[in-house]
Design a protein around this ligand. Structure first.
Ligand code: MD3
Ligand code: FE
Length: 225
């Protein structure tokens, strides 16, 4: 028997699910917050990030216009997102080492697939995990994620450590921007009509978190290639 708040086509249009009963919330068409979904495994996720960063250290990349991003980044998976004066791309190699990025830990792949499935996207098999590290004052200006091959695949994001205000716009850069608070352990799934929205992160507020210190980590799982 269908859930009373669940329209009949909620399986094909996950955003139409009106109420998940818990703290989960639909942000809009295609975008869903799974509040605290990763909280229980957060210490393990953070330990894995530390392991990845021993092989592929966090670094601040250059933009094509020659500026340095304030967010520090690294990657794991068979492809990693890189930015330099030549442009943005997914690359199987870490340009710092000349070696492949560290493999995607099974814990990461499993979490991403479970979250996507819960939001209505079955068979999500990410090949790339971009790991962003923010310190107080660090921001990410409004942008679209459009370097991936197939926009029908969702992106799954996991927030760890210090809280942040996520800026969530629309398909056009001039669209109204909403502010969405994201906390430690929150997972957001973005797909369908939300896949190409403009988004960013408001400058991080000063703070200290027991598991990450003066930092916020964000994992974004993507099907890049
Ligand atoms: C909506 N990261 O890595 S996560 C990024 O918190 C990025 O580090 C932010 O934007 C962060 O590209 C935001 C939420 C997110 C990630 C990717 C999206 C939202 C998205 C792609 C399409 C639409
Ligand atoms: Fe993004």
């Amino acid at each position: 028997m269908p859930h009373p708040s669940r329209p009949p086509d909620a399986d094909t249009h996950p955003s139409l699910e009106l109420d998940t009963g818990g703290r989960d919330r639909v942000l809009g068409p295609g975008a869903m917050v799974l509040a605290g979904f990763a909280r229980a495994i957060a210490p393990d996720l953070i330990a894995m990030v530390d392991m990845v960063a021993r092989t592929a250290p966090f670094r601040r990349m250059s933009t094509p216009s020659g500026r340095t991003m304030s967010v520090a980044m690294t990657n794991c998976g068979t492809a990693g997102w890189v930015s330099d004066t030549k442009g943005y791309r997914y690359d199987p190699m870490d340009p710092l080492s000349g070696h492949p990025w560290p493999a995607l830990p099974a814990l990461f792949a499993d979490l991403a697939a479970r979250a996507a499935s819960r939001a209505g996207f079955s068979e999500f098999h990410p090949d790339a995990c971009l790991i962003n590290r923010y310190e107080p004052g660090t921001r990410l200006t409004l942008h679209q994620d459009r370097d991936e091959h197939d926009f029908s695949q969702p992106i799954v994001s996991v927030s760890l450590g210090l809280p942040a205000i996520f800026l969530w716009g629309g398909p056009a850069r001039s669209d109204r921007v909403r502010r969405v608070p994201l906390e430690h352990g929150d997972v957001v799934v973005w797909g369908g009509p939300a896949r190409l929205v403009h988004h960013g992160i408001h400058p991080l507020t000063e703070g200290m978190h027991p598991l990450t210190g003066r930092a916020r980590l964000n994992l974004t799982f993507r099907r890049a290639m």
